[in-house]
Write a protein that binds this ligand. Sequence first.
Ligand code: NDP
Length: 348
Amino acid sequence: NKYIVIKHHIEDAPKEAIFELKTGTIALSVAPGSDDIIVKNLYISIDPYQINRMKLSSSSQGTSSFAAPINPGEAIDGAVIGKVVASGNAKFQKDDLVLGVFTWAQYSLVKEGSILRKLESSEFPLSYYLGVLGNNDLLRFNGLSAYAGFFELCKPQKGEKVFVSAAGGAVGNLVGQYAKLLGCYVVGCAGTQKKVELLKKELGFDEAFNYKEVKDLNYALKRYFPDGIDVYFDNVGGETLEAAVANMRIFGRVAVCGVISEYSSGGRKASPNMLDIVYKRISIRGFLAADFLNVFEDFFSKTSDYLRTGKLKTIEDISSGVESIPSAFVGLFKGDNIGKKVISLAEE
Ligand code: NDP
């Protein structure tokens, strides 16, 4: 059974060299009387927040208390879709499709009390349930983050002006698409020309730009939003948040979903102009998708309908095999992924 561990805690930008591919053995049957389940993993979700669990500070200072630290040498866990190979738990049968928090491995031993549920519906490709349709009792869920962060926090109105960062990523591309479906004017920023083209030509964004090629972000935003921004969906923090705040309109709303530019120690911490926030009465609010499980049914049925009718496009970036996990993970911090990053491990 191949699986991935970290050799030591991450102190700076993540590098492939900190990961190690290990091989172990796992019994593909359960002992009589045991509640264990053995799962053959099919798809693994690769998520930026995991870096915060891999830092030394996450174990020593509890800064990442919403998710347990990942320690060197220990199997890493994350959101996974798999198929039950053997079960001692009466609620699960062999061949059931399951979603849960399992190890970054070919096979996982899942103990009673783990985050685990049956995947009842498989109308869509399985990988969608880790991304666009991200399910409700997993730790990270892109679809619900985009939906709840945009609609519940920002309370957007048709015609409002919306700015999204990391717009070519898993959460960002969905926020932009939801905003277009509502009838907003939407501008996204991303780190490559390819993503910029995707946003404008395939996903219907009104404008998009490559922030790495912009000398003055403040000036760029003034050009795209001459009358100011009503809603900023923040995935990156840092100077992008500062520039967005400087360009917000009165009563503007900022949903802080993540601050990926600040996850590495070299990242500049955002320091938005507080006087702007006061005078323009701007609301800035962080959130976790898990705060919005109450809108999960609404999110899931609307998003499924949008997918069925082709109103929403799914952008996925799929690599194969456990061996590809380190580069996939590190790639999130270099902007390699386009859309939701998923690892495919086995055929159903
Ligand atoms: P993405 O698919 O968006 O992948 C990360 C992207 O971030 C990269 O592709 C890259 O795109 C961009 N990026 C990386 N480093 C930087 C940097 N230094 N400055 C600017 N952009 C950078 O990931 P997700 O959609 O899964 O997550 C997006 C954000 O949302 C993250 O901050 C994540 O932690 C957060 N999140 C929060 C959740 C919540 O419940 N609050 C749930 C899920 C995610 P580019 O080419 O544009 O640089």
